[in-house]
Unconditional design. Structure first.
Length: 146
């Protein structure tokens, strides 16, 4: 090992130590947050709008109550959509399929909605189910059971 190599190693180690101690001091001086943590229920990842990028669907509970969110991937990050605000936690799954058929129960029309190849299914055990399908730049709600 040459003297020059040793100097480079010592400088790198010293720089890392200084950075870590500076970061530690900055962390200790921060004011703690006073927010309320969100509760996480379920999530899935799939390309919801057929653009070749995986999107995210999340079921969470915030101070506003239970929500189902979709994060659609963009060039800059994600674009957020609130899909549903139901009572109680919901299970979110990502499904493949060419179409979904709306129930004719509870006033549903029985319509068929074509998907871009995937959709979000939101359900509650022994409760209602709805699909959220990307159509023309937005999500369309399709009730599968009442």
């Amino acid at each position: 090992m040459t003297v020059r190599t040793l100097r480079v190693i010592v400088c790198a180690c010293l720089s890392a130590w200084l950075l870590s101690s500076t970061a530690a001091r900055a962390t200790l001086q921060q004011t703690p947050a006073t927010g309320t943590p969100a509760k996480f229920y379920s999530s899935c990842e799939i390309d919801l709008n057929a653009d070749g990028r995986p999107d995210l669907a999340l079921s969470i509970e915030t101070v506003r109550g239970p929500e189902v969110l979709a994060l659609v991937a963009t060039d800059d990050g994600y674009r957020a959509f609130v899909l549903a605000k139901w009572h109680g936690p919901r299970l979110v799954t990502c499904e493949f399929g060419k179409e979904v058929r709306e129930t004719s129960l509870a006033g549903g029309s029985g319509r068929i909605v074509r998907t871009p190849g995937a959709y979000v299914l939101v359900s509650q055990p022994e409760g209602p189910k709805a699909a959220y399908v990307w159509v023309d730049g937005r999500f369309v709600e399709v009730w599968l059971s009442a």
